[in-house]
Design a protein around this ligand. Structure first.
Ligand code: NAD
Ligand code: ZN
Length: 260
């Protein structure tokens, strides 16, 4: 058995010993669905554009048309993306009764598309649009259609500017979302981090919170993170190369246990 196989076995054992698992996902969860993350060397979005120019609320209000061009370009990949093997493995883990829920930093709704339940979206999502004036939510298609006609998207009720219902730089996270995340982490025995650099706060506090509340931590991420030293097990691999195998192993072992 090589080292990676050892780790896959150990990871599966950790899942088998746990019953209240929470999974924290980042942009690395969706790269295998064709959506670029921010910080992977060579391919991360932040190597191509200045985040503060294109994803801050102030710049959007000042230059909506310029920002919309960038959003439509990155949005295209997100709208057509399908859940990958990793997303599907999480749904399977939930069906096995092990997964309480998902805390995600992703705005792409791929966990929803994979039919996983109990998802907390820290940063909102881009399948909806929100009016900056009255707060009304619309399907994103309304906003996209207006933008494609060269118009600044506006609210049907109050004429206020529409933005994707995702958190931009300079906007606070919603307190109800943070409360839901706190609630989930309070009662978890294993936190699994999948595809996050763990550098964006306050989300990056959650692995520390979970550990300080007595949960175990396991990480799958190509690059190392500052929390690697706190984890029971760390695998520096692509999620799709290891996580589905881990979950299949868990399923197999649960079935064998039932038979005996
Ligand atoms: N898909 C999306 O919705 C999306 C895409 C880009 C950015 N974002 C936003 O970006 C912010 C960035 O923080 P973050 O930590 O989520 O992303 P990040 O870009 O900072 O980190 C992603 C991490 O995932 C790793 N990674 C990439 N592909 C992987 C794979 N196939 N398997 C395992 N690891 C992989 C990278 O090595 C990197 O460390 C978040 O706040 C999120 O809202 C979301
Ligand atoms: Zn409005």
């Amino acid at each position: 058995m090589n080292r990676l196989e050892d780790k896959i076995q150990k990871f599966a054992e950790l899942i088998l010993k746990s019953s209240k698992i929470v999974v924290l996902t980042g942009a690395g969860m969706s790269t295998e669905s064709g959506i670029a993350d921010f910080r992977s060397p060579g391919t991360g979005l932040w190597e191509k554009v200045d985040p503060y120019e294109f994803s801050s609320i102030n710049s959007y209000i000042a230059h909506p048309a310029k920002n919309l061009e960038f959003m439509l370009e990155t949005g295209r990949a997100i709208f057509s993306a399908r859940p990958n093997k990793g997303h599907k493995a999480l749904t399977k883990l939930q069906k096995l009764g092990k997964l309480k829920g998902i805390l995600t930093q992703n705005i792409d709704r791929l966990h929803h598309k994979a039919k996983t339940k109990n998802i907390v979206e820290f940063h909102g999502n881009v399948m909806e649009a929100k009016c900056l004036q009255c707060g009304k939510i619309f399907p994103i298609t309304l906003m996209v259609n207006q933008a494609l006609q060269g118009r600044v998207p506006s609210c049907e009720s109050c004429n206020g500017i529409l933005k994707p219902n995702a958190i931009f730089f300079g906007e606070p996270l919603e307190s109800s979302v943070l409360a839901a995340a706190d609630n989930m982490i309070k009662d978890c025995d294993l936190l699994i981090v999948l595809g996050s650099s763990l550098v964006v706060y306050p989300v990056a506090w959650y692995p520390q919170k979970a550990v300080s509340l007595g949960a175990k931590l396991a990480i799958i991420n190509i690059q190392d993170t500052d929390m690697d030293s706190e984890a029971e097990i760390v695998i520096h691999e692509k999620i799709g190369n290891v996580f589905p195998n881990i979950i299949s192993l868990v399923e197999e072992k649960m079935e064998n246990k039932e038979k005996n």
